[in-house]
Design a protein. Structure first.
Lengths: 42, 242
């Protein structure tokens, strides 16, 4: 049972981790693009 | 350029709506899949560990789709020369690598529970590892050469050639016959009673999640390209002033 749980948690955790990381990066880029001088901070 | 004009065009809104719809579909399918996996019968031979079947091949199908889209995006980029196709190829490769990594991680967990060891040099496992290396190399190449047109063209050819590893990965078991330890590919009627639905929902959930993450990654690529464009315009303006 622990092997099955490990496999499912690994999959769900990795997908959620990738999703959160990409969402954070999109927010950062949007902020940079919204500010007139933002290109320098991107 | 004002931020709202940069970020709120009609096509941006359409893309955001498509991404949200894909996200809702993925969430719905993942919930249905989780329920189906919990309710699926326990396999008489392998026991509960057989339930990894509902996630392991599903991730492989999502990875295959990602690598096929990488080749398609690359071919379209070579043909038409639009950067959007190159961004599609890169986004699909990256999300494909994520799913291929999950195949490589869930497989050994299943192997340890059934064969007694994490890894064996079985043809299917070797080709999967090679497939993973091919696209990790692709993603690394692209991250080191962002915005480089020559690298994009090289990567397009590489992505097309690399796709040959996908059918090889699928038929590896048939090619090596009895020497292969990995179970054979699923066919009609090879699943026990009550196992078809959780399997089908697992594949559908993985493909919908792949689509959602691909759209998210495409948005990221688009924003990066706009920022690079702004930086370039700023540099050109400064050079002209000087």
């Amino acid at each position: 049972m622990s092997y099955v749980l490990a496999a499912y948690l690994l999959v769900l955790g990795s997908v959620a981790g990738y999703w959160l990381q990409r969402k954070r990066e999109i927010r950062r880029l949007r902020r940079a693009l919204e500010s007139p001088s933002g290109a320098n901070r991107g | 350029v004002k931020g709202d004009r940069v970020l709120d065009t009609g096509s941006d809104r359409r893309r955001a709506a498509a991404r949200r719809a894909a996200g809702a579909l993925a969430a719905l399918l993942v919930a249905a899949w989780a329920l189906a996996v919990v309710r699926a019968p326990i396999d008489a031979t392998q026991g509960v560990i057989q339930k990894i079947l509902y996630v392991h091949p599903a991730c492989a199908f999502a990875a295959y789709l990602g690598f096929a889209l990488t080749a398609m995006g690359g071919a379209l980029y070579l043909w038409r020369g639009h950067e959007a196709y190159d961004r599609l190829a890169l986004a699909a490769a990256e999300v494909g690598v994520l799913f291929c990594t999950l195949v490589i991680l869930t497989g050994p967990i299943w192997g340890k529970g059934t064969w007694g060891h994490w890894w064996t040099w079985d043809p299917r496992l070797i080709v999967t590892l090679v497939l993973w290396f091919i696209y990790v190399a692709y993603a690394l190449l692209r991250s080191f050469t962002e915005g480089d047109e020559r690298a994009a063209r090289f990567a397009a050819v590489y992505g097309i050639v690399g796709l040959a590893a996908v059918p090889l990965n699928y038929v590896a078991i048939d090619l090596f016959g009895d020497r292969a330890l990995h179970p054979e590919n699923l066919g009609r009627g090879s699943l026990g009673a009550g196992m078809g639905w959780p399997f089908a929902l697992g594949v559908a959930a993985a493909l919908a999640t792949f689509l959602y993450l691909l759209l998210l990654r495409l948005e990221l690529g688009e924003l990066r390209a706009r920022l690079l464009q702004r930086l370039q315009a700023g540099r050109d303006g400064a050079a002209a002033d000087a």
